[in-house]
Design a protein around this ligand. Structure first.
Ligand code: Z5A
Length: 217
């Protein structure tokens, strides 16, 4: 019988380096001969990516209700789990995902103030017990992460999405909620100091991955 694959998520606030380091995680696992499916949330399938568009669209003429935002996040997740994550894990591939439900507890819970018990109800309904095996939480002060993001926005000439337009207090609340999640699940969530040169962040990530690979072998 094929052994179920492992499910690894990367988390953290804006600009902490999730996307940059996702590539390192995927490369490191593939170098160990592991089949890896790289994906992201919200998104990961065409319909879930369409929901992502709704969530990030800053169009100001109709504000998005907080409950509607929460339900859209979980609608995208249900589609992504059914079409991508569960099938990959069942055939033995590993899934590396840029953000997952910890982001919901951080953004919709910490940031928007939705009660964690309501998020947990949706988590149970949509995920039916499926949770990540390992979560790498990239953590750094939000002001420093914002400076990175500003550098990138200037470089790309990009527009800020609906979340990137939030105020500093929102991002501080998101960070606190992430750190509380890590404290509550220390075996699953590893906090990585993202406020250091990329080489140092990546050395830490490789060490963490090697420890898990050994523990899981
Ligand atoms: N969201 C939600 O509300 N609820 C949910 O349940 C989920 C998501 C799943 C989209 O996510 C939004 O969805 C998100 C929360 C919400 N909010 N926002 N905004 P996203 O993951 O696409 O958005 P993001 O966090 O804004 O991603 P990002 O801006 O691409 O950031 P990142 O991936 O963490 O960073 P990066 O692109 O890898 O790096 C940023 C820059 O820093 C870049 O120029 C790098 O070259 C540079 N960098 C990276 N590492 C370093 C180091 N160590 N030193 C110096 N410079 C570095």
């Amino acid at each position: 019988m094929t052994r179920r694959g492992r499910f690894i998520t990367l988390e953290g606030g804006e600009g902490v380096g999730k996307t940059t380091n996702l590539a390192l995680v995927v490369d490191h696992l593939e170098a160990h001969g592991i089949e890896v499916v790289r994906t992201r949330e919200p998104g990961g399938t065409p319909r879930a990516e369409a929901i992502r568009g709704l969530l990030l669209d800053p169009a100001g003429n109709e504000p998005l209700d907080d409950d509607a935002e929460l339900l859209l996040v979980f609608a995208a997740r249900a589609q992504h789990l059914a079409r991508v994550v569960r099938p990959a894990l069942e055939r033995g591939a590993w899934v590396v995902c840029d953000r997952f439900t910890d982001a919901t507890f951080a953004y919709q819970g910490g940031g928007r103030g939705i009660d964690a018990s309501r998020i947990a109800e949706l988590e149970a309904f949509v995920q039916r017990g499926l949770t990540p095996d390992l979560t790498l939480l990239l953590d750094m002060p939000m002001a420093a992460a914002q400076r990175r993001l500003e550098g990138r926005l200037d470089h790309d000439g990009g527009e800020r999405d609906r979340f990137e337009r939030e105020r500093a207090e929102f991002f501080e609340a998101v960070r606190r909620a992430y750190l509380a999640r890590a404290k509550a699940a220390p075996d699953r969530v590893c906090v990585v100091n993202a406020d250091q040169p990329l080489d140092a962040v990546q050395d830490e990530l490789r060490t963490l991955l090697d420890d898990r690979l050994e523990a899981w072998s």
